[in-house]
Design a protein around this ligand. Structure first.
Ligand SMILES: NC(=O)c1ccc[n+]([C@@H]2O[C@H](COP(=O)([O-])OP(=O)(O)OC[C@H]3O[C@@H](n4cnc5c(N)ncnc54)[C@H](OP(=O)(O)O)[C@@H]3O)[C@@H](O)[C@H]2O)c1
Length: 359
């Protein structure tokens, strides 16, 4: 790993699913990390400031803003509105105005910016086509999210601030512990499936699902922070090592089979068949139906997609994720989610999952 010159990083979004492992990795690499905290605390930072990326001067008093600008060498911008909720205004405000404010800060501080984008920005057109074909109403939040992330990338490219744009695919747990710091989007569905609340998912078995371990992404960000010459767009993806949904569910099922002799009991249906089943579905409460509708909308970013490019360059000290690493991390993530988020009476997979993840 490249060694930092006792640099100070301002980290936004430090309490999030991506920001929390990034904070741990930066601290472990010897950086001073100032976390810009919004509503949730960020344990492990060298210092915290309370702010809001949507407000002028990041919501900080003028003296504190100036002092921070004097201290900071690199900004890692992970703050974002990521939940696919029908609050388009907030999503746009946090993801675009927030990025503008962070760019203004980086410019004042003469700091480099590492901006967290998403590999899915390249799939906005696919999402539009899929939604038009099968999902209809209820898909607005995913459009807004992708639109806001595309705009933010343009803002970063157009600003005169040295930067790297990082495009991760779906972030799962830590490759060693399976730990996930927050639950949103896909992990929420996974928990519902692991608990047996969902009996099917709106993804055909052959759909490629590109996932990356959170610590792998965090290490990539540390390398980018350390390398002052890094610039441009960096994909952090599994690429050709990405598994299919069928493979991921079979892995969960094989853990289950060892213990109970049954399959995981999770059907994989293409989105159209899912919607048809949803029409007939009497078993689910309003919450489950809403969750499934969201899942169908999210599947629009995966259904019929070309694989993402593999990481276009492998950073010093980081090798591309292998299929084995991805699969082990997937099982460890499932185990972590079961232990921490599935009620005890709904944990049929646990023993076998742990054995398999540790095998
Ligand atoms: N997770 C993934 O699978 C994934 C995949 C690809 C790309 N990404 C990108 O990675 C970045 C981080 O995503 P994530 O999954 O970590 O998101 P997350 O878990 O939803 O966390 C979002 C973070 O942003 C903070 N935040 C929200 N509004 C804020 C505001 N107005 N001012 C300051 N901070 C604010 C939140 O703090 P509070 O909770 O205190 O408000 C939280 O720390 C995003 O750019 C996302 O698009 C994520």
């Amino acid at each position: 790993m490249a060694s930092p010159r006792a640099q100070t990083v301002l980290l936004t979004g430090a309490s999030g699913q991506v920001g929390a492992p990034v904070l741990r990795a930066l601290a472990a690499a010897g950086y001073g990390v100032v976390a810009l905290v919004h509503r949730t605390d960020a344990p492990g930072a060298s210092a915290t400031v309370e702010g809001d990326v949507c407000r002028p001067s990041l919501g900080l008093p003028p003296g504190q803003y100036r002092e921070l600008a004097r201290l900071v060498d690199v900004v890692v911008h992970c703050a974002a509105a990521t939940a696919f909720r029908p609050d388009a205004h907030r999503t746009m405000a946090v993801n675009t105005h927030g990025t503008e404010r962070v760019l203004a800060f980086a410019s004042h501080a003469q700091a480099r910016l590492i901006h967290l984008s998403s590999a899915f920005v390249t799939r906005a057109e696919l999402v539009r086509r899929n939604i038009a074909a099968y999902a209809g109403a209820g898909a607005e939040p995913i459009y807004t999210y992708l639109d806001s992330k595309q705009r933010a990338e343009r803002q970063v490219r157009d600003a005169h601030v040295p930067h790297v744009i990082v495009r991760p695919s779906l972030v799962i747990g830590d490759s060693q512990t399976g730990r996930m710091d927050c639950l949103q989007g896909v992990p929420t569905l996974l928990v519902a499936a692991l608990a047996g609340w969902l009996k099917w998912l709106p993804l055909a078995p052959e759909t490629t699902v590109d996932v990356v371990p959170s610590d792998f992404l965090a290490r990539a960000i540390v390398e980018l922070a350390a390398d002052a010459s890094s610039s441009g767009t960096v994909w952090v993806t599994a690429g050709s090592a990405a598994p299919t949904m069928g493979r991921l569910v079979r892995l969960l099922g094989s853990g289950n089979a060892r213990r109970t002799g049954q399959s995981a009991g999770l059907d994989l249906l293409d989105p159209v068949s899912s919607l048809q089943r949803l029409e007939r579905w009497a078993g689910g409460g309003v919450g489950s139906v809403r969750l499934m509708r969201q899942a169908v909308a999210q599947s629009a970013a995966l259904h019929g997609a070309e694989p993402f490019p593999s990481m276009d360059r492998v950073l010093p000290g980081i090798t591309r994720p292998t299929a084995t690493l991805i699969e082990t991390t997937w099982l460890r993530t499932a185990t972590h989610l079961i232990e921490h988020h599935v009620p005890a009476d709904r944990r049929p997979l646990l023993g076998a999952q742990r054995a398999k993840a540790n095998a």
